[in-house]
Design a protein around this ligand. Structure first.
Ligand code: PEP
Length: 257
């Protein structure tokens, strides 16, 4: 069954309680755009308050630790974000990989912890500008994804049901320069091939692949109409209801063709 486009806002380290009114406005607007699945990942401190008020949008976390609990000052586990009301978690974002030294092995452990806690996962992947210039973007992203997913047939099958992939070229994040539609289409096609290899024809076709990297109202229609683009992971433009819901509207229009 074809899935609705999925538009997810990554609020990063933005948002105090003053931002709850924006989350409420996004939730109300999402009720008028039911053909699109809308979600936001606010900072940890806002997960519970947004979850308590949201009637339509999904609420998720931007990361979690790979252990359930223990002596990890400042960290938050998958069990904890689920307890706060998160239904999904973004894992492997390039800012986590770069700023916190997260390896594929750590991300795989986080994926396993999130699945065990009953969360859905948005697994990010994406190449640097150097890797793209060297012509190695596709092989890099495929290797990164394989190394971040659980190993073994059963674990993979379980993961596929709750998995979304977000292709986010690092050089496109927060720069205002999104990838070209041709490059996005090529990478999404390659990721789809990998998903079918890993999960089989049927399940591999069901996993949504989002694009992320400077998606804004002006370029959303074109990007979201590209083949195999099942939605967008949106950073800066998700912070206001107007820009975020313009992207959701573009997704609905692109889906109608
Ligand atoms: C992101 O951080 O996931 C992202 C895509 O950011 P931006 O939309 O601001 O490029």
């Amino acid at each position: 069954m074809p899935q609705r486009p999925y538009i997810v806002g990554n609020w990063k380290m933005h948002g105090t309680r003053a931002m709850l009114s924006e989350a409420r406005a996004i939730d109300r607007a999402a009720q008028r755009h039911m053909k699109v699945e809308v979600a936001i990942a606010p900072p940890y401190t806002l997960i519970h308050p947004v979850h308590r008020e949201a009637e339509q949008i999904g609420v998720g976390a931007q990361d979690c630790h790979h252990e359930d609990g223990g002596a990890h000052t400042g960290d938050i586990s998958a069990v904890m974000v689920a307890d706060a009301g998160a239904k999904f978690v973004i894992l492997g974002h390039s800012e986590r990989r770069q700023n916190h030294g997260e390896s594929d092995a750590i991300i795989r452990a986080k994926v396993e912890a999130a699945l065990a806690a009953g969360l859905r996962i948005i697994l990010c992947c994406g190449e640097s500008d150097k890797t793209r210039e060297a012509g190695k973007a596709v092989s890099f992203v495929k290797r990164q994804l394989k190394a971040s997913l659980p190993v073994g047939h059963e674990a993979l099958a379980a993961a596929s049901e709750r998995l979304t992939i977000a292709y986010e070229p690092i050089w496109a994040i927060g720069t205002g320069n999104s990838a070209t539609v041709e490059d996005i289409a090529e990478m999404h096609r390659e990721i789809r091939t990998l998903l079918v290899e890993l999960f089989g024809e049927e399940q591999g076709a069901e996993v949504r692949i989002l694009y992320g990297g400077s998606v804004k109202p002006e370029n959303a229609g074109q990007i979201l109409s590209a083949p195999e683009v099942g939605g967008a992971l949106v950073g800066g433009a998700s912070l206001t209801v107007d820009s975020f819901m313009s992207i959701a509207l573009a997704a609905a229009e692109a889906d109608e063709g």
